[in-house]
Design a protein around this ligand. Sequence first.
Ligand SMILES: [Zn+2]
Ligand SMILES: [Zn+2]
Length: 269
Amino acid sequence: MESPYREAPQMLLCPRCAEALDRVFGGVAVCVGCQGAWISQSALDVAFGNPRWPAGRNMWWHAALDCPECATEGTVTRMDARSADAIMVDLCPSHGVWLDHGELARLMKLEAGADELLALQRKVNAVPDPDGLAQRRLRWRTELDKRRRQTAEFRAWLEMAAQRKAAEAAEAERLRAIEDEKRRQVREAQAASAAEIARVAEEKRQAELARHQRLMKQRAEIAASMNVLVREREAARGHLASVESQFAQHEKALSEIDKELDAPKPNPK
Ligand SMILES: [Zn+2]
Ligand SMILES: [Zn+2]
């Protein structure tokens, strides 16, 4: 998605009074209204050997100003409030430090009446330019109306860009909601088919269980019937033995009788 800030005018607004900042020299911009200074991390690094100068204690409950550079990127970053030598300064963790007019002189421990911007320029540049600074300050006074018009235009542009960004975010949110709904439907369909598979498996299991129980019952019935048959077979075998024994006795008796009948007959007279 295109950034609504792709054609951002290179303009910074004062975090204290919302006037335009004037880029005075490398990485240093000064408010034409309140004369506070915005010093970028690169300038801090060159001037003081520390992009997060000045060191101090974080006092978050004093944080009140938004970073002017984050604003040009379309984000609102409340700067950290930091107490350095009892002076409250405001730092953006990614961009630089905001110093109200006079704070830079106190932090740099300049003599009374010394020009803080000139002192900073001396630290940033090899060649300080007092004439150029004086001319700029003169222009700030004479061009204030023109600058205020430009600032108003820039604020309107920022407003428009923010609206466009919000509209794009809303559209992205709408598309994301549609995607979420599609994914939800797919998940639901998958869950339904998983439930169907589980249902079929359960039906099969129940059918197998019923078949097993049926076979066990049949087996028990046949086994019971077999017990009866075994007893009947025992009885039948006992009866057969008794019949055969009687048969054998009868045979023997017959044969004894026949033997006696074959002996010489007694004389009938
Ligand atoms: Zn200002
Ligand atoms: Zn920032």
